[in-house]
Design a protein around this ligand. Sequence first.
Ligand SMILES: [Zn+2]
Length: 402
Amino acid sequence: MWLKIEPKEPLILGDVRAGSQFLSTIGYIPGRVLRGAWAEWLLIQGQQDILSVVEKVRIGNFFPVAEWREVCYALPLPMSALTCKRKNGFRLELHPDNQGHGVVDTLIPHLAYYLLEKAGAEFPAPFALTCARCDDRMEPMGGFYAVYRDGLTERYVQTRLRYHAQTKVALSRHRRAAVEQMLYTASALSPRATRPDAKEQTASLVFLGRVHGKAEDINALKDALNHVAIGALHTRGYGRVEVEEATVEGFPNVKERVKQFSDTLARCWDDLKRLAVNAKVLPNAPVGIYFSVDLLASGVFRRQGLPSLIPTLHINGQELKPVWWMTRPDLASGWSTAWGLPKPTHLAACMGSTYVFRWEGDLEALVPALERLEAQGIGERCDEGFGECLICHPFHQEVEEK
Ligand SMILES: [Zn+2]
């Protein structure tokens, strides 16, 4: 189920370092922040066994989007998304100042090139992508984007967040009173975001994300979040939100995404095969079903007992290792709001990491297993929101500049 969270006050999200004079925020709502707020609400209510309640719902990360037209979905860009170094950004942005030379996803072309080489293809040139407009180099494009339905046009828009800084008097945790001559600056996410079609005007900022669980438990979560503020400084005018169920129109299901991924791979394979000097002896299509697992949250993985950046999947009794991937290290830390204690820190693969796997069975057997992965997450500490994933991120379809 998709939920929509609308902040009513500025938000300060993420890990707050003790003793720092600056409080800053990240641009999305981690699932664990919502879980912490739920636990806090239960604590206020005098609930005894908090963990057994909050365990019932898997809460994903919530991604920012300016409320405008019909929002199809809002997601982080996968690590394989590239844009022109000279003029970055989407081509179809509404405001002329925001229009770039386009953003393209390189995962499927890269994968096709790699698989063809493994099948014995000899290419006259190494794999390289340049900007289709100006031929300049491409660089990774991170951050969040949203797809809107604007009449008959699908609009791809980079999410532009606004921040506002405030200097406040520090409060002592022990005495719960102002600390003399101690000031700190809080830089918070504004509840207003830049409107996609105007540079100066703003629209409501909302966050879209997924939760998995029984309807009654999700209702309990919604009720808690409508009562208790989230993030840091939430007793001082920050973090109040409203939550409701969201309809995310036009988001393809797992089966459709896997099919689209396969079709695009077959098309790229065919295109690239023609470039090979020995095209005649190469297979016509890739063998097996390829699919990607894209991290929407950091992932904590282990291989033979050691921390790893690469997950292993277990699907219908088969152990699958990725055939191709892009990842970067991150640290999985955390802070328990309800208990006021730091959680252990692990090596993690960062949000946006993408892994491609190959499946030799049929699609019908694969799809329910992949749906379970999306619902449960992959790797360790999934109950804290790590390992949230999306099968075949829709942006991998964008093999031509958007
Ligand atoms: Zn360019």
